[in-house]
Design a protein around this ligand. Structure first.
Ligand SMILES: C[S@@+](CC[C@H](N)C(=O)[O-])C[C@H]1O[C@@H](n2cnc3c(N)ncnc32)[C@H](O)[C@@H]1O
Length: 244
């Protein structure tokens, strides 16, 4: 059972998911590092490596949060790549602003407010679109993916990073014990938010993984879709291409 029912969310204005991310923003980065024992950095790097390192490219990071993916793209890609990070949580964006203004690689990054279901950017503009740990939270994941398709140039690439569960067996049981029992407890103590870190495992359990998510990418228009499990399958990296 989700702690916050996404069906309650209005597309515009403040909604429970927005409110939740606004509330956990101050401890978000700390909890990421702690709860993933530093692996979150490795996953983001792996996701950004999916984009070719070529000059003059434009990238959109949807649900950018505190801009870790946007900064990773800036580090990896030569100037003058343009990077836009978008999120509907103003508190996350404020922390992202702080980070990019004090980071040597932050100059080419612009952060904007916006909802994934209605991206406030023009059609056929970006070479790459990425969302890390974002799509599972969208009010309407299919609509968000269609929007990412719309803003991509023909042959543009989508990269999606999302939590998943290891295949059945002992590893699955051990990981679920950590993810569903220990993580919510630590998350609640450190963030001070009573439901955000119970929402996390519940939202992963309710979200399509592997082939099922690839089918959604295909339904949103993408071709050549593929997926790659990382770290024993606790995270999965999906890619797809917009038709020429
Ligand atoms: C788990 S965080 C991930 C942040 C970042 N991508 C990262 O790798 O750390 C999820 C982010 O998605 C944002 N988000 C969730 N639903 C959204 C939506 N429909 N439109 C825009 N942002 C959304 C939240 O505000 C939050 O910052």
């Amino acid at each position: 059972m989700l702690a916050i029912e996404k069906s309650e969310l209005p597309v515009n204005g403040t909604n429970p998911i927005q409110a939740m991310f606004n509330a956990v923003a101050p401890r978000y980065d700390l909890l990421n590092r702690l709860l993933s024992i530093g692996y979150d950095r490795h996953w983001r790097k792996a996701a950004v490596r999916e984009f070719e390192s070529v000059e003059n490219k434009k990238y959109l990071d949807v649900a950018t949060g505190t801009a870790d993916i946007a900064l990773e793209i800036a580090k990896r890609h030569p100037k003058p790549s343009q990077i836009v990070g978008m999120d509907f949580s103003i508190s996350m964006l404020k922390l992202g602003h702080k980070k990019i203004s004090t980071n040597h690689f932050g100059k080419g990054i612009k952060l904007i407010p916006g909802a994934a279901e209605n991206i406030p950017l023009k059609d056929h503009t970006f070479d790459g679109a990425i969302t890390a740990f974002g799509v599972r939270n969208f009010l309407d994941a299919k609509q968000g993916l269609r929007e990412m398709y719309r803003i991509l140039k023909p042959n543009g690439k989508i990269v999606v990073l999302e939590f998943s569960f290891p295949k059945k067996g002992l590893l699955n049981r051990l990981y679920r014990l950590y993810f569903e029992k220990i993580l919510p407890l630590l998350g609640r103590i450190i963030s001070g938010h009573k439901s955000a870190y119970s929402y996390l495992p519940a939202s992963v359990a309710n979200f399509p993984q592997g082939e099922a998510f690839n089918e959604i990418l295909e339904c949103s228009g993408f071709k050549s879709v593929s997926f790659k499990p990382l770290t024993l399958g606790i995270v999965t990296l999906y890619t797809g291409i917009k038709n020429a």
